[in-house]
Design a protein around this ligand. Sequence first.
Ligand code: NDP
Ligand code: HSE
Length: 439
Amino acid sequence: MTSPVRLALLGCGTVGSEVVRLLHEQSADLAARIGAPLEIAGIAVRRLGRARGGLPVDEALFTTDPLGLIKRDDVDVVVEVVGGIEPARGWLVEALRAGKSVVTANKALLAEDGAALHDAAAEGGADLYYEASVAGAIPLLRPLRDSLHGDRVNRVTGIVNGTTNFILSAMDATGAGFAEALEEATELGYAEADPTADVEGFDAAAKAAILASLAFHTRVTAADVHREGITEVTAADVASAKGMGCTIKLLCIAARGRDAAGKETVSVRVHPAMIPRSHPLASVGDAFNAVFVEAEAAGQLMFYGRGAGGAPTASAVLGDVVAVARNRLAGVRAPSESAYADLAVRPMGEALTRYHISLDVADRPGVLAAVAGVFARHDVSIATVRQGSADGPAGAGDAELVIVTHVARDAALAATVGELRGLDIVRSVASVLRVEGGA
Ligand code: NDP
Ligand code: HSE
């Protein structure tokens, strides 16, 4: 057998320790698949001497000098599972420029500045693989990057954050409020001590940028993604969705469209939305992820599985390690980044969507007409109106109106809600949620 492919592992936490375990347990199979054994040249961590749960690895491999490890002549492949923008960006740029292949799970960095990594990979003639960065174990980026390259992807709709899916699924199943469901997610170890990146949609927005870049051959960054989290979703919203035969999910939606001049664009957004219970994404419960891809010739495709966790994420990392090791031995590199389409990213105001609006209004003649007039002024067509009973959530003398619109520009819908908020007859706008998926 040929000489080993030597790995520098940066990070040995939740994901890194599982990478080490799988490398050890599957070493013979991995060597047979690659045609050469994989060897760990070193493991960079923040703190030495930390108990690592009996990992099957020599203590002498650990270092607190990632850059020194990357620069070693006996390192062929750098596996980064540390996370964050800096210092990870500096390490990976250094490795790629030096011609060392990189496998990373770092969605934050790829979404913030994937261009720096792709440019460095092109400069050094090295491979850059990042399957684990979106939806953990689910093979998704490779299908977008390879299998669907003969087709034209029109839309990607996904549940790409496990923590928020767990919370929303719990709210749907038990009627719990957001705070209560978050507490449960924390107790069960799904939500982190600081759940901001998940519940405010930052994590999903990073993944949306990566998916959109691959699907539409265009560089999309996290800053291009419209982002709303789930902290404002209430038990009443969930109940209202149920009443419409819907459930609420935090969706990432990346879609082709056209601007006013007819030029092709993309829009990328992350926000909670109602989807019909019959939609394939509605049955994705617990902390699972799923991504629904619509392509011109392939039609509808659904990718489903575990989007987080040490072992599932390490599975995706190892798949990439095998791919780059094989390329190395064959003396080839994977095709470079495909960003030729360079489509403009459409602002959120131009996105086409539908709203579900719940209003507390004065219960007297002419109110419905006045409310309908606001929608008409903004060129928003109403699909359904339902008036709640007087003994419902609205106070005595008030009524609850639930209005669902037809598809309209998001800016027109937002302006409609803005004007409604200013009307005397509208006591409060209780909730505004987008509706997706043809409900
Ligand atoms: P952890 O926090 O569990 O592990 C991070 C590791 O990086 C630790 O071993 C830590 O060292 C090390 N580290 C941190 N800073 C430095 C530094 N400056 N120099 C050297 N080592 C450092 O993270 P995860 O394993 O959960 O996540 C790793 C990556 O994988 C992130 O990019 C994350 O977004 C991504 N990811 C994670 C998933 C998950 O389910 N956890 C799912 C999909 C992607 P020490 O051990 O000494 O603290
Ligand atoms: N915090 C993320 C989630 C981990 O909940 O999905 C996977 O990226």
